[in-house]
Ligand binder design. Structure first.
Ligand SMILES: [Zn+2]
Length: 313
C-alpha cells in the first residue's frame, strides 16, 4: 500500500495529511474544529477530500480523543466532542469513499513514535502523552495493544492518590491530576501564591497575578531560570516518573516515550522524570532499566501514526 491519510482532531483545528510509507507527510490541510458533532464529521470529510485530490491515497486513519471500540469504527465516548456511540468510520467512509480506521489519538501517537520516532528499534514500548491530560499507548511484541474492548492504555485515569483531587472523569486522585499540563499550571499557581518572590519572572509573563499563569509562561520562565517554574516542572516530573515505575511493573518495556506539549521542554522535564523513575522502580538496583526517551515527532505523531495504522489495515 502506498499513500494513506492521517487525521488529527484537535480542540481548535482538524488536520489531515497525506503520509507515505516512510512516515513523511507529503501534504497537509487544516480546518477549524466545528462546534457540533455532525459538523466535525463533515469537516473531517472536507479535509480528507482536499488533501486526497492531488494524490492517489488508499485509506484514512483518524485519531480521536476518546474511547474507540474494538472494531476501530465507533467512538464510544469523547470527552471534548459530543460523541456518544458515534459511528465515525461508517459516516466518513460514506462521505469520502475510502476505507477508514478510527483509533484513539494517544494510541495513534504512540504508534507513530514506535514506527518513525523515538521507539524505532524497540519491540516493547509504553508511551505517555503529557498534554492537557495524560494519554497512553501500549506496544508489546511490535503490536499496538488495544485490549478486549479497545480501551486499554488509559493511564491518565489510574488512581494514584486514594481520595485525591477530583478528576474530570468523575473519579478522584487520577494520575493526570498530578502529571499533565493542567497539573503543571496548578503547581505553578500554588507556588506563586506561597512564594511570590521566587516567581518574579513567572508572574511577569502574565498580568502579575498567580491566576494569570498559563502553561506557556511556566515553560518560558523555567528556561529563564525562575525557581518556582523549575520547581513546578520537578513536581510534575516526580509524579510522572513514579507512575512510569508502576508501569514498568505492569509491562516491563524496553523504552518509555514521553510526548505531549510538556515534553517539548526536553531535559528540563525528562531528567527529573528519569530520576524519579529510578527512585521508585522496584528492585531498581538489581534489574535492567527501561530507557525514558523524549518523543521525536512532536505534534505530528498522531497524524503519522493514524495514517500508518490505516496502511496496516
Ligand atoms: Zn480521571
Amino acid at each position: 500500500m502506498g499513500l494513506t491519510i492521517g487525521v488529527d482532531i484537535g480542540g481548535t483545528k482538524i488536520a489531515a495529511g497525506v503520509v507515505d510509507e516512510e512516515g513523511t507527510i507529503r501534504e497537509t490541510c487544516k480546518v477549524p474544529t466545528p462546534p457540533t458533532a455532525e459538523g466535525v464529521v463533515d469537516a473531517i470529510a472536507d479535509a480528507v477530500r482536499t488533501v486526497s485530490s492531488s494524490h492517489q491515497v488508499e485509506a484514512v486513519g483518524i485519531g480521536a480523543a476518546g474511547y474507540v471500540d474494538d472494531k476501530r469504527a465507533t467512538v464510544l465516548f469523547a470527552p471534548n466532542i459530543n460523541w456518544r456511540h458515534e459511528a465515525l468510520k461508517d459516516k466518513v467512509e460514506q462521505r469520502v469513499g475510502l476505507p477508514v480506521v478510527v483509533e484513539n489519538d494517544a494510541n495513534a501517537a504512540a504508534w507513530g513514535e514506535y514506527r518513525f520516532g523515538a521507539g524505532q528499534g524497540h519491540e516493547d514500548v509504553i508511551c505517555i502523552t503529557l498534554g492537557t491530560g495524560l494519554g497512553g499507548g501500549i506496544i508489546i511484541g511490535n503490536k499496538l495493544r488495544r485490549g478486549r474492548f479497545g480501551v486499554a492504555g488509559e493511564f491518565g485515569h489510574i488512581r494514584v492518590v486514594p481520595d485525591g483531587l477530583l478528576c474530570g472523569c468523575g473519579s478522584q486522585g487520577c494520575w493526570e491530576q498530578y502529571a499533565s499540563g493542567r497539573a503543571l499550571v496548578r503547581y505553578a499557581r500554588q507556588r506563586a501564591v506561597a512564594t511570590p518572590d521566587n516567581a518574579a519572572i513567572l508572574l511577569g509573563l502574565g498580568d502579575g497575578t498567580p491566576d494569570s499563569i498559563e502553561g506557556k509562561h511556566v515553560s518560558e520562565a523555567a528556561r529563564q531560570g525562575d525557581p518556582v517554574a523549575i520547581d513546578s516542572f520537578r513536581e510534575l516530573a516526580r509524579w510522572a516518573g513514579a507512575g512510569l515505575a508502576d508501569l514498568a511493573s505492569l509491562f516491563d518495556p524496553g523504552a518509555f516515550i514521553v510526548g505531549g506539549g510538556v515534553s517539548d521542554e526536553g531535559d528540563l522535564v525528562l531528567e527529573p522524570i528519569r530520576k524519579s523513575f529510578r527512585r521508585w522502580l522496584v528492585g531498581g538496583q538489581y534489574r535492567p532499566h527501561a530507557q525514558v526517551l523524549a518523543a521525536q515527532l512532536g505534534g505530528k505523531a498522531g497524524l503519522v501514526g493514524a495514517a500508518d495504522l490505516a496502511r496496516q489495515g
